[in-house]
Design a protein around this ligand. Structure first.
Ligand SMILES: Cc1cc2nc3c(=O)[nH]c(=O)nc-3n(C[C@H](O)[C@H](O)[C@H](O)COP(=O)(O)O)c2cc1C
Length: 193
């Protein structure tokens, strides 16, 4: 089981990174191979809408730091994204990555739903979301919005680990419920229950 994890927060040791680390350690104990990219440390641009990936190439033609990340996700069994909520959505670092996954769509993704994705089917998707707002109903739209697109890429299992009411960078460390949930999701992703 290969897990590729992307950290979307500029805080290397912040809440979302801590939850992801907990999830990855639990998965590694269960035999998973894990690889993590801290997006904030990379230099890359968002999608340029050049459509080269629909006309002349089967991958994104931008050869910046995200090229290696996009290749690693193609090889992975599990894509795990961690992001704090910024203005009701994922961070700009994470959103730019998501836009670049446009290269995973085939040229005929609109007209032929049976052949939409260049990714092998059945990957699992894990999302870690942290937010300052304490109410779980607020920003509950983020996970379904992105699972919609991950389904179009042929992904088959979807897991959310969410923590609300976290203002300080270390606030999650005392949230046993969230860390327990990260362990549970690791077990499910690794097919233990
Ligand atoms: C620029 C910015 C925008 C934010 N926007 C929101 C928001 O819209 N809703 C919210 O609940 N929290 C918001 N927050 C708070 C973070 O989501 C929260 O502190 C989160 O736990 C940080 O996670 P991290 O430690 O992994 O970076 C924002 C924080 C920053 C710096």
């Amino acid at each position: 089981m290969k897990i590729v994890a992307l950290l979307g927060s500029p805080r290397a040791q912040g809440n979302s990174a801590f939850i992801m680390e907990h999830f990855l350690k639990a998965a590694a104990r269960l035999g998973a191979e894990t690889r993590t990219f801290a997006l904030n440390a990379l230099r890359y641009r968002g999608c340029q809408a050049c459509y080269a990936c629909k006309k002349t190439a089967d991958q994104c033609v931008l050869r910046d730091d995200l090229a290696e990340v996009l290749d690693a996700v193609r090889e992975a069994d599990v894509l795990a994204l961690a992001s704090p909520v910024y203005y009701g959505d994922v961070t700009s670092q994470m959103k730019a990555f998501i836009d670049r996954t446009y290269a995973y769509f085939t040229p005929e993704y609109i007209t032929n739903p049976a052949n939409r994705s260049r990714l092998k089917p059945g990957k699992k998707f894990v999302m870690v979301l942290t937010q300052g707002h304490p109410d779980e109903k607020t920003f509950a739209d983020i996970f379904p919005r992105y699972t919609f697109f991950m389904q179009m890429y042929g992904m088959g299992e979807f897991y959310l680990i969410r923590a609300c009411g976290l203002a300080q960078p270390d606030a999650v460390r005392s949230r046993k419920d969230v860390l327990d949930k990260a362990g549970e999701v690791a077990a499910r992703v690794c097919n233990l229950n």
